[in-house]
Design a protein around this ligand. Structure first.
Ligand SMILES: Cc1cc2nc3c(=O)[nH]c(=O)nc-3n(C[C@H](O)[C@H](O)[C@H](O)COP(=O)(O)OP(=O)(O)OC[C@H]3O[C@@H](n4cnc5c(N)ncnc54)[C@H](O)[C@@H]3O)c2cc1C
Length: 378
């Protein structure tokens, strides 16, 4: 077992860290206040070729793999949760195309998604459910050689940015969920106002309205009536990015807590002398370390495992654990800061608000445990 990163992975990690420190950290507060990621940041990430990092070179990627993606995403999340959030949902959609796309679909979407010109979205959740494929009500009715899609998708990330969107709808022929690849802003596609949420304000969610959206049969992604495997695989790859995002937030919480403990005066020294503070910081460090290696391992599995079901189980376990640790770490970090940790001016307050989002999205934590428990008890 080799825990050492390759030279290429070290380079990617360093480049992402330097970019994030120089270009994202200084505007992190602004991003959260204004609810917008400056275009220059996305442009800079594109120049670093981060949007296609995990995909084969033949489709415009760099072929560096998921571990490289995780290393970059972690560094970006250390600077700001909104940017890593957007980066991660882009991979949720793009991974589905890379895994299930026909050669034509890959050729059409991956080069522009890989260059960052397009940001991909993935739309499963609906007003009635975010967890149960049987309950989705978006429908795709076969009409000649086309499908006509109608429905509403809820809380969809990046749906307001140009690019492909993977839409899950029940198709009229099989009655089962099928995945469709749709161009955002095609006729019949529109989005709601931005939802006002607790954190990652720069990575916005909107509802998507699909009114008689007409797509050719060639827009079906994966086998017809087999949307569930596409959903499971897409969301499992998506969890790799979610874990990297949580990890970056945790690392930032650790650094902020150490800095604060060493600076905050108490009588003739600082609060760093207190055993309670030392224990809190040690607990944060333990969780960061455990989550880092679990996340890197999940990325390694994404690069090396062909068995999607086995990967999905590992992704579910890792995501549930890492997301929960993210919340624990954020709470401990706020504790180290006392009431200052609750103030908007302090980064740990943002980390706290962002952390809880990872617990509830791309599979609620307890639902992940149902996947794991079910697989173990089969
Ligand atoms: C910032 C953000 C970004 C998002 N981005 C996207 C996106 O890009 N694409 C997308 O499709 N969605 C997205 N979502 C939606 C998100 O993934 C869903 O909201 C989430 O999966 C949970 O679905 P739900 O809210 O409908 O909860 P529900 O499925 O209604 O679950 C509610 C509660 O009931 C429990 N529960 C549900 N079913 C069962 C069951 N069978 N057994 C036991 N317990 C159960 C759950 O564990 C949970 O505690 C996003 C949400 C946010 C906040």
């Amino acid at each position: 077992m080799d825990f050492k990163l390759t030279k290429e992975q070290e380079l990617i990690q360093r480049a992402a860290r330097e970019f994030a420190e120089k270009n994202i950290m200084p505007v992190a507060d602004q991003i959260e206040r204004e609810g917008k990621i400056p275009d220059e940041i996305l442009k800079g990430m594109a120049e670093l070729e981060l949007f296609g990092i995990a995909y084969p070179e033949e489709y415009g990627g760099t072929g560096a793999g998921y571990l490289s993606y995780v290393l970059a995403c972690e560094q970006i999340a250390r600077a700001n949760g909104s940017v890593s959030g957007l980066y991660s949902v882009h991979y949720l959609g793009t991974s589905s195309i890379a895994t299930f796309g026909s050669p034509e679909q890959k050729a059409k979407y991956l080069p522009k998604a890989g260059s960052g010109e397009w940001i991909s979205s993935f739309a499963f959740t609906e007003p009635a459910t975010g967890s149960d494929p049987k309950q989705i009500s978006t429908i795709a009715v076969k009409d000649g050689d086309d499908y006509v899609i109608n429905g509403v998708k809820r809380f969809i990330s990046a749906a307001y940015l140009p690019g492909p969107i993977v839409i899950f709808a029940k198709d009229s022929e099989t009655g089962h969920p099928t995945a469709f690849l749709v161009d955002k802003f095609c006729p019949g596609y529109s989005v709601s106002e931005t939802w006002k949420k607790i954190g990652i304000h720069g990575s916005k969610v909107v509802d998507v309205y699909l009114k008689d959206v007409r797509v050719p049969s060639s827009a079906v992604l994966g086998p017809k009536g087999q949307g569930y495997p596409v959903l499971l695989a897409g969301i499992s790859y998506g969890k790799v990015g979610m874990c990297a995002g949580s990890l970056g937030g945790m690392q930032a919480a650790l650094e902020e807590s150490i800095k604060y403990a060493k600076e905050k005066a108490h009588r003739d020294s600082t609060i760093a002398k207190f055993p309670t503070i030392q224990v809190a910081i040690a607990k944060i460090a333990e969780k960061v370390e455990a989550c880092r290696w679990l996340t890197y391992r999940l990325a390694w599995l994404a690069d090396n495992t062909k068995d999607i079901m086995a990967f999905a189980k590992q992704a579910a376990m890792t995501k549930a654990f890492v997301a929960e640790c993210g919340v624990d770490v954020a709470r401990l970090a706020v504790g180290v800061h006392g009431s200052y940790g609750l103030m908007d001016d302090y980064k740990v307050s943002h980390i706290y608000r962002d952390a809880i989002i990872s617990e509830q999205t791309e599979g609620v934590a307890d639902m992940q445990r149902l996947i794991t428990g079910g697989a173990l008890l089969r």
